[in-house]
Design a protein around this ligand. Sequence first.
Ligand SMILES: Nc1ncnc2c1ncn2[C@@H]1O[C@H](COP(=O)(O)OP(=O)(O)OP(=O)(O)O)[C@@H](O)[C@H]1O
Length: 252
Amino acid sequence: MVARVKPFLDVAGVSSGYNKTPIVQRVSIQVGLGEIVLIMGPNGAGKSTLIKAITGELPALEGSIKIDDVDVTHMGEEDRVGHGVGYVPQVRDVFPPLTVQENIEMGGYAYKGADLREREEEVYSLFPQLLPSRRRAASTLSGGERKMLGIARALMARPRLLILDEPTANLAPLIAEKVLQSIVTGAAGSGKAVLLIEQRVSLGLEVASWGYILTDGQLRLEGSAEELKAIPDLGQLFLGRGSLGPVSSEAL
Ligand SMILES: Nc1ncnc2c1ncn2[C@@H]1O[C@H](COP(=O)(O)OP(=O)(O)OP(=O)(O)O)[C@@H](O)[C@H]1O
């Protein structure tokens, strides 16, 4: 059994949705510093909705969200950023007409001078493939480069919690692996808490230590990556083709 570390992000019994209609219902998840935690589930399960409740884009209709023991449930998005939340959305993660360098500077808009230069050096050393392209418009990058730029932008603020919504969507398998690896070295390796939605379950479970499965807005199963990998029909459950039934972590 994998030991969990003290939660840095603590989501307790949160319901959230659109126009006061709950899509996500009473979901509890935790992410500790240095952990990569995966959220899986079929299309429409509520994964993005849950993430939006954590970033503050959507209100929590019930339950609580704590970051580093601070209750942020009723804080706006900007204030949550101030508490260490970094977010890489699935789309609109970069400004396409701006150059790579301008995108990175925008991620560090709150910093100046030597501090800004130091942060830039840090993200370029993490994504050296962006350096030769720094004067090119983000719109001209490949899918993998663009996603790395999106992550680099978010890292400029040195978030302690990095939330990524399907960072490998539409990427070729080898590029997807590279993007996930950069998340491992750049984020979790430096002690951040990482919350990752990932469609490629087997790849995701290679980098994550813990996973949660959401179906129909509810948390159906959680366990260590090793435990989840050992479930023979996890792919079927994940794709929503199998009948899930009443599964709990005791079933693992
Ligand atoms: N802006 C919106 N207004 C109303 N309903 C929405 C909105 N966005 C999403 N939904 C609905 O909420 C439910 C959950 O959607 P969500 O995007 O959270 O699922 P998901 O698990 O992230 O799916 P996917 O893997 O396809 O991205 C879906 O039924 C979806 O149609």
